[in-house]
Ligand binder design. Structure first.
Ligand SMILES: *Cc1c(COP(=O)(O)O)cnc(C)c1O
Length: 399
């Protein structure tokens, strides 16, 4: 299932009524004809028709054998880690989502699962980190918020050679741009809260398995631990998927334009976006994905928390909020928001500078978003400390 046509027509009309929208089966249980004789559903934690339709659609989008929907992205990640047991080891991307780090470090460590963090942008670092106990390799690509890219195909080969599973958190790319299972990964997880849902109105997670046997194990943990996605949220997620291709295409187009605008702006220092030829992994990003996504990060020449704070409080369309992937543009300041709990030295070593701002570029008109950033940067220029000691400003920016 690669095109929007295939997706839209994989959504079945309701067999009982002909309803073209997927019905919300808001029920906890299902009446049985005789003990154990039912219509395929017995209890809604185990299975629900609205959720089942969603799961089939996402499995199709990611080219997997099966998908399972969870109550959050973290619950989906948690289900994958449950495939392991005490003594097993994980090799994980060092620039990992903070919530996944907390889950590994504060929950699974005490159950005897060890995690080795490496810079996975160099597959050689991954190769060097395997031990006989390595059971899982965990990638995010692009990463958050510095948009680093790792080579899924090369790392999948390494994982296979060592008898470990490869799981890719595909939240930032979405299956429209990148399909890790076709590049050799065994599992994909999503925070469906982001692009899959797309409207900033649900918290949801998905696990997709390439093989049925691993999918069955995930299904076992979904039912055994119970963090399922409810029917109404499953309905909203299906509704989000209907426009996924269109949204991701426009998010990427807007983000590319915003990144190019920022790159030539005199107050901007670095721009992190895989779609820029200056990005260190641009060629790899081009090879393994069909586009570069809607997240852009950048730093300011005045690399201070104050300068970034002025900027993030000065935009009109980019709303200050955590999260990403919705129709409305958002921005955040990782050093004081999403990455606040990370010690300064580690945060800075990972490239998350004091002034780094992360944009989730939405679906507004491109020129409105650029104008919004332009006027916010002018506010930063006005507030810049010791103006006379720094390089002269463009007349237009000096106001
Ligand atoms: C948001 C996010 C998660 C966590 O998902 P929730 O739905 O918030 O639980 C995991 N991975 C990435 C890359 C994310 O951006």
């Amino acid at each position: 299932m690669s095109t929007i046509t295939e997706l839209l027509h994989a959504i079945p009309a309701d067999p009982h009524t002909g309803a073209i929208a997927v019905p919300i089966y808001q029920t906890s249980t299902f009446v049985q004809d005789a003990p154990g004789v039912n219509k395929g559903y017995d209890y809604a934690r185990s299975n629900n028709p609205t959720r089942a339709t969603l799961e089939q659609l996402v499995a199709g989008l990611e080219k997997g054998a099966a998908a399972y929907a969870f109550s959050s992205g973290l619950a989906a990640i948690d289900a994958v880690v449950k495939l392991l047991q005490a003594g097993d080891e994980i090799i994980a991307v060092d620039d990992i989502y903070g919530g996944a780090f907390r889950l590994f470090d504060k929950v699974y460590k005490k159950f005897g699962v060890t995690v080795h963090y490496v810079d996975t942008t160099d597959a050689g670092n991954v190769a060097a980190a395997f031990t006989p106990n390595t059971k899982l390799v965990w990638l995010e690509t692009p990463t958050n918020p510095t948009l680093k890219i790792s080579d899924i195909h090369a790392i999948a080969k390494l994982a296979k050679a060592h008898g470990a599973l490869l799981c890719v958190d595909n939240t930032f790319a979405s299956p429209v741009l990148q399909q890790p299972l076709t590049l050799g990964a065994d599992l994909v997880v999503h925070s469906a809260t982001k692009y899959l849902g797309g409207h900033s109105d649900i918290i949801a997670g998905i696990v997709v398995a390439k093989d049925k046997a691993i999918g069955d194990e995930i299904k076992f943990y979904q039912n055994a631990t119970g963090a399922i996605l409810g029917p109404f949220d499953s309905f909203l997620l299906i509704r989000g998927l209907e426009t996924l291709h269109l949204r991701v295409r426009q998010h990427s187009q807007n983000a590319q334009a915003v990144a190019e605008f920022l790159q030539q702006h005199p107050l901007v220092d670095k721009v992190f976006y895989p779609g820029l030829p200056s990005h260190p992994h641009h060629a790899l990003a081009k090879r393994q994905a069909k586009g570069f996504g809607g997240v852009v990060s950048f730093t300011l020449k005045t690399d201070t928390v104050d300068a970034a704070t002025t900027l993030v409080c000065s935009t009109q369309y980019f709303k200050l909020a955590e999260s990403l992937g919705g129709v409305k543009s958002l921005l955040c300041h990782p050093a004081s928001m999403t990455h606040k709990s990370i010690p300064d030295a580690i945060r800075l070593a990972n490239g998350v500078a004091n002034s780094l701002v992360r944009l989730s570029v939405g679906l507004e008109e491109t020129e409105d978003l650029i104008a919004d950033l332009q006027q916010a940067l002018e506010k930063v220029a006005v507030k810049r400390p010791q103006l006379s000691e720094q390089e002269p400003l463009e007349p237009a920016l000096a106001l």
